[in-house]
Write a protein that binds this ligand. Structure first.
Ligand SMILES: NC(=O)c1ccc[n+]([C@@H]2O[C@H](COP(=O)([O-])OP(=O)(O)OC[C@H]3O[C@@H](n4cnc5c(N)ncnc54)[C@H](OP(=O)(O)O)[C@@H]3O)[C@@H](O)[C@H]2O)c1
Length: 304
């Protein structure tokens, strides 16, 4: 029997309980506290949330609208990261039903619907840094700010070991948030001449002998700058490299009801010759307007 796939939708229960609008300031306050930029949120008079030891902040399920509870469960991994310790990495890709993240020419405006764009800006606001690959920076000329939501802009990190990016890109010139162009330390002076020394992060040993990037070294360099919750926003090559090197904890893979055909691929991983070797990470599904978001916990599958 064929049954239609019906992903769980946000419930349409009457809005008698506080919803996403009330939840979002709490999420920002938790993130600020984690960064050391604000006090720990104190439970309010209605005791709608509390801090519960190693479980981090938890919501009273009876005191919030189901839409807020669902959003909190999706964002909670970013909020639970302890103030000390190694970097924690979340990635995202918005792709078509046939697995493309952009047309062949690089047009990705917009694969996903407006709800998913708001979600992207929420992820930026809760992260210390947003990371993109050089092709994404060159093609999209993005701002990488949080302009669709309230909240601080993250540090903008562009991985460009070949120094192909134009210094006229918005991230280098608009002054909206700090920007770091990442390259190997041997090219740091060259990069500084292009975009200014304060916008360059030269990582010793970033480029391995086979020209591959050593991403654990990059994570360590960012962590040393106090950037520990990291959001890898794309593109497919960059997200795939993080996963292949075991450097991604979580992936938000959103599927839009669109067919692109022969476009730019999403994930491309060195696994999957036979089905039994293909990773099946623990997954939770969320509805985002017309899109379906898969929240994948990659930690058990990090050795790809
Ligand atoms: N739908 C989504 O969620 C989403 C998210 C982000 C981006 N995108 C789209 O994805 C596409 C880019 O993704 P991607 O997987 O191809 O690459 P990417 O991950 O953004 O960047 C990685 C690669 O870019 C290369 N590169 C290619 N052309 C370049 C150029 N003109 N200047 C500088 N570097 C360049 C770099 O090569 P070297 O290593 O040789 O330097 C590097 O290997 C864009 O069309 C963007 O709009 C979609």
């Amino acid at each position: 029997m064929v049954t239609a796939y019906d992903p769980p939708a946000f419930t349409t229960a009457p809005r008698t309980l506080p919803g996403v609008d009330a939840l979002w300031p709490l999420c920002l306050a938790i993130a600020r506290h984690r960064r050391g930029n604000g006090p720990a949120p104190e439970p309010d008079a209605a005791r709608r949330f509390r801090h519960q030891g190693s479980q981090g902040f938890v919501l009273d399920p009876k005191a919030w609208h189901p839409e807020a509870l669902e959003l909190f469960s999706l964002l909670k991994p970013l909020l639970d990261h302890p103030p000390e310790g190694p970097a924690w990495v979340i990635g995202q890709l918005g792709q078509s039903l046939d697995g493309c993240i952009a047309t062949r020419g690089g047009d990705a405006n917009f694969v996903n619907g407006p709800e998913m764009l708001v979600h992207l800006h929420r992820l930026r606001a809760l992260s210390d840094a947003v990371i993109v690959g050089a092709a994404t920076a060159a093609i999209d000329n993005p701002q990488l700010t949080t302009r669709r939501v309230t909240g601080e802009h993250p540090v903008r990190v562009l991985i460009d070991p070949s120094l192909r990016l134009a210094p006229t890109l918005r991230v280098f010139t608009d002054g909206q948030a700090p920007t770091l162009l990442v390259c190997d330390a041997v090219r740091e002076a060259e990069a500084a001449a292009l975009v200014g020394a304060d916008q360059v992060l030269g990582v010793p040993g970033l480029l391995k002998e086979d020209s591959r990037l050593d991403l654990p070294l990059l994570l360590h360099a960012l962590q040393e700058r106090g950037l520990r919750v990291l959001f890898v926003e794309g593109g497919g090559v960059t997200v795939s490299r993080f996963i292949a090197q075991g450097c991604m904890d979580r992936l938000h893979l959103s599927i839009a009801p669109v067919l692109i055909g022969s476009g730019r691929p999403g994930l491309s991983l060195p696994v999957g010759m036979v089905m039994r070797d293909c990773p099946r990470p623990p997954a939770t599904v969320f509805r985002m307007g017309a899109d379906v978001l898969w929240d994948l916990d990659l930690r058990p599958a990090s050795r790809l």
